[in-house]
Design a protein around this ligand. Sequence first.
Ligand SMILES: Cc1cc2nc3c(=O)[nH]c(=O)nc-3n(C[C@H](O)[C@H](O)[C@H](O)COP(=O)(O)OP(=O)(O)OC[C@H]3O[C@@H](n4cnc5c(N)ncnc54)[C@H](O)[C@@H]3O)c2cc1C
Length: 411
Amino acid sequence: MAKKAIGGRVAVLGAGLAGCAAALDAAQQGLHVDLFEKLPHPVRAASLHNEGKLHLGYVYAADPERATHRILAEGSLRFLADIEALTGVPATLAPVSRPFHYAVPRDSLVTPSEVEAHFASVDATVMDLLREGAPYPIAYSPARRVMPVDIGVAEPYVLAAFKTSEVALQTGWIADVVGAAVLASSQIRFYGGHHIRSAALASDRVKLEWDSADGPGSNDYDGVVNALWQDRARLDAELGLEVPVDQWLRYKAAMEIHQLTPATVKQLPSLTLITGPYGDLVNHSNGTAYISWYPSCKLAEASGLDAASLEGVLGAVDRSAMFQESIEALARYVPAASDLLSRSANTRVGGGIIVARGKSDIDVIESGLHRRSDIGVHDHGLWVSIDTGKYCTAPWFGREAAATLVNRLAG
Ligand SMILES: Cc1cc2nc3c(=O)[nH]c(=O)nc-3n(C[C@H](O)[C@H](O)[C@H](O)COP(=O)(O)OP(=O)(O)OC[C@H]3O[C@@H](n4cnc5c(N)ncnc54)[C@H](O)[C@@H]3O)c2cc1C
């Protein structure tokens, strides 16, 4: 798959989706890549335990700059084409969820007419991108307002309901495909179980230090991509680079419920409630549902430079209480979800860290959680740092980071 030989050995830090995309792209462009990951296997953190939604931007109805939906839609529309380019696995094989419906609860931070106006601008953006040739995994049609009962939502609790053609992917499927490509690449050496401790920049090299089961280690590289997500800012700050002072980390758990009965699969929608302390339900149609609910699933928070304090958070949680609280809260809006209560034995609990700006939480309209437009790739010469923002932008930004480094080394 190598396109050209520019030589050089680079390191990619963090084997989430962004880091794996950067490593695969750099490898395709002829670089030798050492990919460092503190977990034993690639794609086992936020990029596995998230909901897998290819955001078109509907959920960002409270973004005051109205800028988030465009960047997320751009990432989402090209997501599967990027995965195909990186792995060789045809995009058409990726299983997609039942399309998302949206409902606006009575105590939402936004009104139905604000939601309607926002949805119209999301649809205009998506149609622009589609006209420019962006692919989309299912037939796209603009959001349309429907009666709550048409989407299985309890009338008394919501003010408005919408059908969209937004979908989610099975993150486990993507993780398997991407992880296998990383491990199969002769240009990539995967260092699982290696915790990156520190980095230092010299004029034409970057020195990395790590800890692993074999003890401490270090090496010099021609260039580095920092795709550490929750630990990214700590390393950037150590190098004297500017990091947002208000970056904030939240550990959010999620539950994947397996072996649903065909009757439950038939009844359950994929649903997002906006905007406020609610949650999402994804019906993957393969007998699996995904649910995460605020605040039951928000387990801990920390400053953007202190990811270490969130280690082990999931181990301390009362999983059955979280499961019950989340399903009961969801079932107020979606009565059919109460069927899920009997499935606790078939539920896998996972979680990951959300990186966003500002401490104020999802129940505050000004919260940084309601906007993600200042995300992307930061070029610092031999050190390229990815603020992934969301899962749906990870392959795009990973590839862009690799291209930035390749250009630097080639020039
Ligand atoms: C519950 C939940 C639901 C979400 N839902 C969605 C959604 O539906 N759609 C969407 O677009 N986004 C969603 N997101 C956000 C999305 O998951 C992340 O934006 C995305 O996965 C980040 O990808 P990444 O590759 O940057 O990070 P990660 O996948 O977390 O990868 C970073 C890697 O770096 C490793 N690492 C960290 N520190 C070190 C270190 N010092 N040394 C070595 N390795 C280290 C980690 O172990 C990890 O494997 C959700 C997030 C959560 C938590």
